[in-house]
Design a protein around this ligand. Structure first.
Ligand code: OAD
Length: 280
């Protein structure tokens, strides 16, 4: 298992800071239906045999909802914006208006797109199997599709917390409006998005839930993540190093693609419904 550097334990950072480079922008041949169908049959069999399923999801599952991913060339958010400028406590302290405008823009895209066929397929899977979803996404789209057991490793864009005191509030997706920063009703300090920014600690409850679910899982589905951001990527590394079958769904190769048991080189909105359909 490729472990996170010890001083970064529990803190968000990027695999590339540790020297990893993407393989290349290789899109596997999703049009080769024979290969896809064979992989689907085998992955479907592994999933059929499982009682407890864990899904580890990333930005790719929401791409077809119109929510941009982070690291894809051209379209990824980090291809256009700098994480240090928009996703760090220092950036927020320097220019909260700018940070809020960015998060309000992303909220608008999420609310407009809503959950897609991939999110809905997972909600359907939860009716058939015991399912724990562990997501790096902050968009709340798993829950909007009806998934109930969702551990959010990087927080939730619909939650706000005070930058000074303990006050927090949830903004319903339908009610999000305006892009002016909000002040805390208790202490008057600036509210901030309840999102884990670079250099910040992940919520302990989500990490504990993730470890416990992975320890009991009979099958793990890794969908729509580049597997580059730690400590989330360490959960995938652990799953891949263990004996539990791992299915990866991603049109592009990731650092773990060569090591998973089943690889579906297709979009989440195609592969997840196909996989769940294999169960009925
Ligand atoms: P990335 O942007 O790093 O990776 C997205 C992955 O989704 C890539 O591997 C794509 O190939 C894949 N992908 C794209 N479209 C897809 C589709 N339709 N179906 C399936 N897969 C698809 O996103 P994450 O790995 O989620 O942190 O990034 C992790 C974290 O980095 C994010 O949570 C975010 C960011 O900094 C925070 O916001 C706190």
């Amino acid at each position: 298992m490729e472990a996170a550097p010890s001083q970064e334990h529990g803190r968000q950072h990027d695999r590339r800071q540790a020297g990893w480079r993407p393989l290349h922008d290789q899109v596997l041949d999703v049009s080769d239906d024979d290969d896809y169908n064979l992989a689907l049959d085998q992955a479907g069999e592994a999933l059929s045999c499982a009682g407890r399923v864990v899904v580890l999801s990333g930005a790719g599952i929401s791409a077809e909802s119109g929510v941009p991913t982070f690291r894809e060339a051209q379209t990824g958010l980090w291809a256009r914006f700098s994480p240090a400028d928009l996703a760090s406590p220092e950036a927020f302290a320097k220019d909260p208006e700018r940070i809020w405008a960015w998060y309000h823009w992303r909220r608008t895209l999420i609310a407009r797109g809503g959950p897609n066929a991939g999110h809905h397929a997972l909600a359907q899977l939860a009716e058939i199997k015991s399912l724990q979803t562990i997501t790096q996404n902050v968009d709340g789209l798993h829950q909007a599709a009806g998934s109930r057991r969702v551990a959010e490793l990087h927080g939730n864009i619909w939650r706000e917390r005070c930058s000074e005191c303990d006050h927090a509030r949830l903004v319903p997706m339908a009610e999000a409006q305006g892009d002016a920063p909000v002040r805390c009703r208790d202490c008057g300090a600036m509210m901030r998005p309840a999102i884990v920014w670079f250099g910040e600690m992940l919520p302990q409850t989500a990490l504990v839930a993730a470890d416990a679910a992975l320890a009991e899982a009979d099958c793990v589905i890794v969908v729509g993540t580049s597997n580059q951001v730690y400590p989330a990527a360490a959960l995938v590394d652990t799953a891949v190093a263990g004996a539990t079958p791992v299915i990866e769904i991603n049109p592009q190769e990731t650092p773990v693609s060569q090591h998973v048991d089943h690889r579906l080189a297709a979009s989440a909105s195609r592969a997840l419904p196909d996989l769940v359909a294999r169960l009925s």
